[in-house]
Design a protein around this ligand. Structure first.
Ligand code: SF4
Length: 311
């Protein structure tokens, strides 16, 4: 009888392990990315990957309810990062950023705290001192920890050209305006054919940002289609490989991302190279990010097909 009592649980355990090999349970949800705002943009990029989502940009009640649930769910599964982004430029609808941060603040007070709360932006409005004075102190109080400015070129006229505008504010002004309010500054180098596309253009951008502007936290990824596939703006595979090789030879590897890419220490600065999007794999036990779409859908990745979480 004693033998049987031992034997049965072992059998169940073995079956359980076998099942896990075929279909994993989610153990980690590392972050939340939420689309906010009206979808309006003060840029007009040729390669915009967000335009197709603009018809959904209305932030209805279901959206806000599921946004809050996504934050709480990710926090419970080890999440450490909330990113606010948009199908347009989020700062063009600053009230929606305030509302998103207010809900985050409520979640944080209930225990769903994220050490990183990031706002992704093209940076244009942060060149305006009055705009910064109006919104940044309030957003900082509500928990915003970092602003990530997307960079296509460290040449301001080429940056303007990439954004389809006549003039881009000085980088120095944008960076100073953000840091003045005690908010962390990150730059996102968008790797793009004809722009920052290989080791020489990448090195030049990193050196300018770190040595001239004092930026010490730089992320980069190659741009592509919303489904993660390559398009005419994606840099060549050789170009990306040359950047990886340079990172390998000239930095200290800090840690890898389970979904690909990693974080490097370059003379005391953080460099991160990752992928544009990660397709959800139901056989893996992790989710890179929950994505909160403005029709209220929460998905396990930017590619919604086969990745639905909440409706
Ligand atoms: S700034 Fe961003 S949202 Fe606006 S057009 Fe360019 S890529 Fe699209």
């Amino acid at each position: 009888m004693a033998l049987l009592m031992v034997f049965i649980p072992l059998t169940i355990q073995t079956e359980h392990k076998q099942r896990r090999c075929v279909m994993a349970c989610i153990e980690y949800i590392y972050s939340v990315s939420a689309l906010v705002g009206s979808g309006i943009c003060n840029g007009n990029c040729e390669f915009c990957a967000g335009k197709y989502l603009r018809p959904q940009a209305n932030n209805n009640e279901l959206y806000w309810k599921n946004y809050e649930s996504a934050i709480k769910l990710s926090a419970r599964y080890g999440g450490w990062s909330l990113s606010l982004t948009s199908s347009g430029e989020p700062t063009c609808d600053p009230k929606s950023i305030t509302k998103a941060l207010e809900i985050y603040q409520k979640c944080a007070a209930q225990g769903a705290y994220f050490p990183n709360v990031n706002l992704f932006t093209n940076g244009i409005l942060f060149g305006d001192e009055h705009f910064c004075e109006t919104w940044l102190p309030h957003w900082k109080r509500l928990g915003l920890s970092n602003i990530a400015v997307s960079i296509h070129s460290i040449d301001e006229s080429k940056q303007a050209c990439a954004y389809g505008i006549s003039q881009y504010p000085h980088f120095e002004t944008i960076f100073e305006n953000i840091q003045k309010y005690g908010i962390g500054l990150r730059c996102t180098l968008l790797l793009r054919r004809g722009g920052i596309e290989n080791v020489s253009t990448y090195k030049e951008a990193v050196h300018t940002l770190t040595n001239i502007y004092g930026v010490n936290n730089i992320t980069s990824w190659p741009i592509g289609n919303p489904d993660g596939s390559r398009n005419e703006f994606t840099p060549s595979r050789i170009g990306i490989a040359s950047i990886r090789l340079w990172l390998k030879k000239n930095t200290k590897f800090c840690h890898g991302h389970i979904w690909g890419g990693g974080v490097y220490d370059y003379n005391g600065n953080i460099l991160r190279l990752t992928d544009y999007v990660t397709r959800h794999n139901p056989k893996k036990d992790f989710v890179r990010q929950l994505v909160v779409f403005q029709d209220g859908t929460v998905a396990y990745s930017w590619i919604r097909e086969g990745a639905l979480c909440m409706k």
